[in-house]
Ligand binder design. Structure first.
Ligand code: HEM
Ligand code: NAG
Ligand code: NAG
Ligand code: NAG
Ligand code: NAG
Ligand code: NAG
Length: 322
């Protein structure tokens, strides 16, 4: 071995050690052990969409709620008494049965091979692209946690947090402002319960009768009709009033018109001096820039603290440890 080769291998070894577990995620992780994994995920999701036109956004949200609690380790899917699913701010997370159907199909095709954490990451990508959004190569090779982390669900941002607070939470897991704006753009599809935003219509900042001043007045009126005071707080309202079944960049045009549904959405555009404003404008004028940034941000989010190597396990049933 030459000096140069030795230095190179020492450097590589150090890089691997410093790179930690992320180093092992790879888009071709199942190339030999489950080559058809993507098309199986896709076909189950397409089937599921026949019964529930809203299934794609539901599935994408699960990956977010998984990754923000102790990393992308499928801890969200455990359904025991300490389940993360039962802790606030779950507000109607759904789609767990479809994840179970995907797992069943994969156990048939390649038993004991594909982790539940990878199923969440892959099905998020497939759901976005079937919804009309971008495609990206999902790094794979995550393993599943041996426990849930119910106490960690407080780390999932709330729609009522300030932009500074949300940005700080994202930063603490390696996601910058561009990632935050791009990932928030996922609210271009799906729905929210009235409960997630009615304070903006009736008692903003706890002032009785006050409407959020950043809310478009005509939109506020329309929302008051859909979510009347004292009405059903679980009624579902489109996150993107124009095209809530489609993954596109209309969300950012909505923000420019003060028509973002959640306070956390509108803050990205309406917070004076925030660096997110220019990013919203950029994505509003270029869907392709939004799509490219979204794919990159999803890969970064999917890289949060995965279990790899011999850590964790490959669950046989995503709802319980083996
Ligand atoms: C930036 C911080 C975020 C906040 C404060 C937030 C908050 C919320 C809230 C309150 C809802 C409505 C839930 C309900 O009422 O049922 C929602 C829906 C949703 N969120 Fe987020 N979210 C954030 C980021 C994300 C990210 C990063 C993703 C995924 C990459 C995501 C995916 C979704 C999806 C797809 C829905 C619609 C779910 C459905 O239609 O069932 N969110 N979000
Ligand atoms: C892969 O999966 C798809 C969808 O389930 C199926 O149509 C196709 O025949 C499968 N291919 C192989 C090689 O198993
Ligand atoms: C969400 O958590 C509440 C308790 O905070 C629980 O009653 C509800 O069933 C949970 N929702 C889901 C979908 O698990
Ligand atoms: C509004 O009032 C409730 C009850 O008094 C309190 O728990 C909550 O923190 C207040 N919210 C804000 C934004 O001040
Ligand atoms: C309110 O929404 C309408 C319709 O999108 C738009 O034309 C108007 O400019 C918006 N107002 C503000 C202040 O953004
Ligand atoms: C949790 O999952 C088990 C299978 O592991 C299932 O039998 C049970 O009904 C589930 N419980 C809930 C509350 O979903």
């Amino acid at each position: 071995m030459s000096c140069f080769q030795m230095a190179t291998s020492l450097f590589l070894l150090a890089a691997m050690m410093l790179g930690g577990s992320n180093a092992q995620l790879s888009p071709t992780f199942y190339a030999k052990t489950c080559p058809n994994v993507s098309s199986i995920v896709r076909s189950v999701l397409q089937q599921a969409q026949q019964n529930d036109i809203w299934i794609f956004p539901k599935i994408v949200r699960l990956h977010f709620h998984d990754c923000f609690v102790n990393g992308c380790d499928a801890s969200l899917l455990l359904n025991g008494t300490d389940s993360e699913q039962m802790a606030p701010p779950n507000l109607s997370t759904e789609g767990y049965a479809v994840i179970g159907d995907i797992k069943t199909a994969l156990e048939k095709a390649c038993p004991r091979v594909v982790s539940c954490a990878d199923i969440l990451a892959l099905s998020a990508q497939v759901s976005v692209s079937l919804g009309g959004g971008p495609t990206w190569k999902v790094p794979l090779g995550r393993r599943d946690s041996l426990s849930a982390h119910r106490e960690g669900t407080g780390g999932i941002p709330s729609a009522h947090d300030s932009l500074a607070n949300i940005a700080a939470r994202f930063k603490s897991v390696g996601l910058d402002s561009t990632d935050l704006v791009a990932l928030s753009g996922v609210h271009t599809f799906g729905r929210a319960q009235c409960a997630a935003f009615t304070d903006r219509l009736y008692n903003f900042n706890n002032v009785s009768g006050k409407i959020d001043p950043t809310l478009n007045a005509t939109y506020a009126k329309a929302l008051q009709q859909r979510c009347p005071k004292g009405g059903d707080a679980t009624s579902l309202i489109d996150l993107d009033e124009q095209t809530s079944l489609t993954f596109d960049n209309k969300y950012f045009l909505n923000l420019q018109n003060r028509r973002g549904l959640l306070q956390s959405d509108q803050e990205l555009f309406s917070t004076n001096g925030a660096e997110t404003v220019a990013i919203v404008n950029r994505f509003a004028s270029s869907q392709s820039q939004f799509f490219a940034s979204f794919g990159k941000a999803m890969i970064k989010m999917g890289n949060i603290n995965p279990l790899t190597g011999s850590n964790g396990e490959i669950r046989l049933d995503c709802r319980k440890i083996n």
